[in-house]
Ligand binder design. Structure first.
Ligand code: ZN
Length: 164
């Protein structure tokens, strides 16, 4: 008799999923390509989804509702800030929804979004685009395997277990 593999720390999970917001639209899913592969327990996916997967077996399917605090965080009004037009290159067309790369003082690159265009500048939103949203996942375990030593050392899954 063999024990079925279950989702636990140190397993590489292949996940088929779709993500809907409260309004009902599917905004992301794995259906167009390969299932999402990640190392369980390593914080590679949002915590609210990761926590809900423990103990599931291949083929198990589940609906998971994730509150903002366990998802992309609450919307922080202080995260919306005004930047004068002179901050940007002169020939740059700034539009609402446009993604820009920004850099913090320690050199980390992150993405901010133009949330409003004003006459003399723009409002940039430093919140994640899904901040404040309750997330509704349909999740199905498509595959499970123990992580390789290298994956455990790196703290993430490698595509098809390939080394790098
Ligand atoms: Zn690696």
């Amino acid at each position: 008799m063999t024990t079925p593999l279950l989702v636990q720390d140190g397993m590489v999970v292949s996940l088929d999923y779709s993500l809907r917001l409260a309004a009902g639209d599917v905004i992301d899913s794995s259906s167009d390509g390969e299932p999402l592969e990640f190392l369980q327990g390593a914080g590679q996916i949002i915590s609210g989804l990761e926590q809900a997967l423990y103990g599931m077996a291949v083929g198990d399917e589940k609906q998971v509702t994730v509150a903002p605090v366990d998802g992309y965080g609450e919307m922080d009004p202080a995260g919306v800030q005004f930047f004068p037009a002179s901050t940007f290159p002169e020939d740059m067309e700034l539009e609402v929804g446009m993604a820009l790369q920004a850099q913090d003082n320690s050199g980390h690159v992150f993405t901010v979004y133009v949330s409003e265009v004003q006459e003399d500048g723009v409002l940039l939103d430093f919140n994640h685009p899904l901040a404040g949203e309750t997330l509704h996942f349909q999740a199905k375990i498509a595959g499970l395997r123990p992580a390789t030593d290298e994956e455990l050392a790196h703290g993430h899954a490698h595509a098809h277990g390939h080394s790098h």
